[in-house]
Design a protein around this ligand. Structure first.
Ligand code: NAP
Length: 331
């Protein structure tokens, strides 16, 4: 029996991946989408991407009353499935773009062949990199990179909590936590927030909001709780201007210091990345340096990183892939 060569494989299942799938499926490209394997540590990663970790999405057009991230991604998936997208719950761990058709190795150890590939693997949360931070994050000790996922847990209710970072994510997470916490401290390494004015104001307008300026976290302090489980008790902070060391009592730490694109599986594949490891695109199109390999969404967009821009890029990538396949007589 002849070996199957897919016309198009899509890697990733956020707004970019699903939109690419909808367009490609409607164009009869019979796309197969590798949606990934859920991961919990060190950062939560779910099929559906970052929106699976978001409660209310208020800025996706078409939803004047808002929509939850998981609902939105569920609808994207349903629409992609309606037109016949194949869905596979594995990661792609290795890409061989030096041969045609391309070969992709799955986390299940299979090799899949495709004439064209769209990479839409998104980006995951960054950590400060302190040993106790990562240890407590992995052990459920009160350290998290996702307030929206973990902030409502009983251990955080009515407690003082900290958010590290000064961008929109930090403001969003901190604002969310004000619903549960006694006080929310935003710890920022400079004296001005990077976040947009509206997001700043939303947080700063809460009665239990505080900002600690010019501070970095140098250690996460912990002690065994009543059940003998190690839980965060506070933070050691260093002032970036005076070097003064202080401690802050908190029962939760939420790290919101940006994201890293999910491109590690592309190491050695010959794909051009920028200095922050985002995929480099050719001008406004979704083409990469490798003909037949396209990219869309946060994995190729260090600038906008919005659900709606990712969806738009997914559409572009599907149209570009269709055009590329047609030009070569592969569809
Ligand atoms: P970001 O804008 O890159 O901000 C990261 C923040 O973390 C910065 O304030 C940065 O400090 C700080 N930081 C970075 N590394 C650090 C370290 N090692 N220690 C301490 N602090 C550190 O990332 P983001 O907030 O995740 O936002 C990413 C993009 O998504 C942005 O374009 C944003 O507008 C968008 N976004 C939008 C919304 C929304 O509109 N609803 C929500 C979330 C995110 P410096 O300021 O000193 O560099």
């Amino acid at each position: 029996m002849a070996e199957t060569v897919h016309k198009l494989v899509i890697i990733g299942s956020g707004p970019a991946g699903w939109t690419a799938a909808i367009y490609a499926a409607r164009a009869n490209l019979e796309p197969v989408c590798y949606v990934g394997v859920p991961k919990t540590a060190p950062s939560p990663v779910l099929p559906g991407g970052q929106l699976m970790l978001t409660t209310e999405v208020e800025n996706y057009p078409g939803f004047p009353k808002g929509v939850t991230g998981p609902e939105l991604m569920g609808a994207f998936q349903e629409q992609a499935e309606r037109f016949g997208t194949g869905i596979i719950g594995e990661d792609i761990v290795t890409c061989r773009f030096d041969r045609t058709p391309f070969e992709l190795v799955t986390s299940g150890g299979r090799t899949v062949k495709a004439h064209a590939v769209i990479i839409a693997t998104g980006a995951v949360a960054n950590w400060i990199g302190l040993p106790n931070e990562l240890r407590l994050a992995q052990a459920g000790g009160g350290v998290s990179a996702c307030a929206v996922c973990d902030g409502a847990l009983p251990m955080f209710r009515g407690q003082p909590l900290a958010v590290v970072g000064g961008g929109d994510s930090a403001m969003e997470e901190a604002t969310y936590l004000t619903k549960f916490a006694s006080t929310v401290y935003v710890i920022h390494r400079r004296d001005a927030l990077r976040a947009s004015k509206i997001m700043q104001e939303r947080f700063l307008g809460k009665p239990n909001a505080r900002v600690l300026w010019n501070k970095v976290v140098t250690d996460v302090l912990s002690a065994p709780d009543d059940h003998g489980e190690d839980k965060i008790t506070g933070l050691q902070l260093q002032d970036t201007v005076t070097d003064e060391i202080t401690t802050l009592e908190v029962k939760g730490l939420f790290v919101a210091i940006g994201h890293t694109p999910a491109t590690r599986f592309l190491e050695g594949a010959g794909l051009e990345l920028d200095d922050k490891k985002y995929i480099r695109l050719r001008s406004r199109a979704s083409a990469t340096n490798i003909p037949g390999v396209f990219a869309a969404g946060d994995v190729a967009d260090p600038r906008y990183r919005q659900a709606v821009t990712a969806a738009g890029m997914g559409c572009q990538a599907a149209l570009d892939a269709e055009h590329w396949l047609a030009e070569r007589g592969l569809i």
